[in-house]
Design a protein around this ligand. Structure first.
Ligand SMILES: Nc1nc2c(ncn2[C@@H]2O[C@H](COP(=O)(O)OP(=O)(O)O)[C@@H](O)[C@H]2O)c(=O)[nH]1
Ligand SMILES: [Mg+2]
Length: 267
């Protein structure tokens, strides 16, 4: 029987779109999330692939990905030694080769219907398309604590000073022109949750407009983010981003070292 376009596990044609899913200790949420993502991508009329980036999870996260059944959407595992979502997304983006790439969270908090709009915009020439819970067309179901809400408010104020004109830097649903994403990922130094700010700022300084799109977003149970444990680290990360952006003005925004041969490593 002749293989379907991707029926041999997606090896017949290179993917047009690759999606990175950072995952740490996600044995509970990842199987459902991957099923949802693969089902969505399998309905796309072109080849796609998924890369899960694991940071030394102590549960079955890596095992789940390694044992993922072959299907229309290939799923592969990229290990990342450096802890943090930012380090993981960077490693994942550097492991891509598709013309269009993106990332989303293992809990699929952002409804995947938005992939169609994101792809359509990328195909029409946009280079950075991100989900925005602040978009007037978005539907957001938020169960965050008051403390996290307050922290998010402060974060937006600080992030707004670093990336102008973007109202939600933190939604875990972002899509890019692949060449731009890989070019910018090489530069990223922020290993933690604030990495999106550095990523977007680097895109903007390269002259790429950031297009925010409406999303349906649900706050999913099982978040790894703890205001008590992560707030100080995030403020410090924002401070370091601020310093780096100023130390490396736009024209000079290129790697100060040779990109690692192994895209998984983090400098
Ligand atoms: N690889 C990796 N992924 C991480 C790390 N921290 C968070 N993530 C992933 O980032 C995504 C968002 O995390 P989540 O806990 O849902 O945070 P929240 O949605 O911001 O509350 C999930 O896919 C997590 O598994 C990390 O240190 N390493
Ligand atoms: Mg989440």
């Amino acid at each position: 029987m002749p293989p379907s376009p991707q029926g041999d596990g997606g090896t017949s044609r290179p993917p047009l779109l690759e999606i990175v899913v950072p995952a740490r200790n996600e044995e509970g949420r990842l199987p459902g999330g991957l099923l949802e993502l693969c089902a969505k991508l399998a309905r796309m009329p072109f080849p796609t692939a998924v890369i899960v980036v694991d940071n030394n999870s102590t549960d079955r996260t890596a095992e789940i990905v390694r044992a993922w059944p072959r299907g229309p959407v290939p799923v592969r595992l990229v290990p990342c030694e450096t802890p943090g979502k930012g380090a993981a997304v960077r490693a994942g983006l550097l492991g891509t080769s598709a013309p269009f790439v993106g990332f989303c969270d293992a809990d699929m908090a952002t409804d995947l219907d938005a992939v169609d709009l994101a792809l359509g915009l990328l195909l029409s020439g946009e280079r950075v398309v991100i989900g925005s819970r602040a978009h007037t067309g978005s539907h957001v179901q938020n169960r965050h604590s008051k403390v996290r809400e307050l922290g998010a408010y402060g974060f937006r104020a600080l992030a707004g000073a670093l990336v102008h004109g973007v109202s939600d830097t933190q939604c875990g649903f972002k899509f890019f022109d692949g060449v731009l994403a890989r070019e910018v990922a090489v530069l990223l130094r922020t290993p933690g949750f604030a990495f999106d700010v550095e990523l977007l700022a680097r895109c903007v300084e390269r002259g790429s407009a950031v297009r925010e799109i409406p999303v349906r977003w649900r706050d999913m149970p099982g978040s790894r983010f703890s205001p008590a444990r992560h707030t100080l680290g995030i403020v410090l990360e924002l401070g370091r981003i601020w310093v780096r952006l100023r130390a490396q003005p736009r024209a000079a925004a290129r790697p100060a070292w040779e990109p690692p041969l192994d895209p998984v490593g983090y400098p």
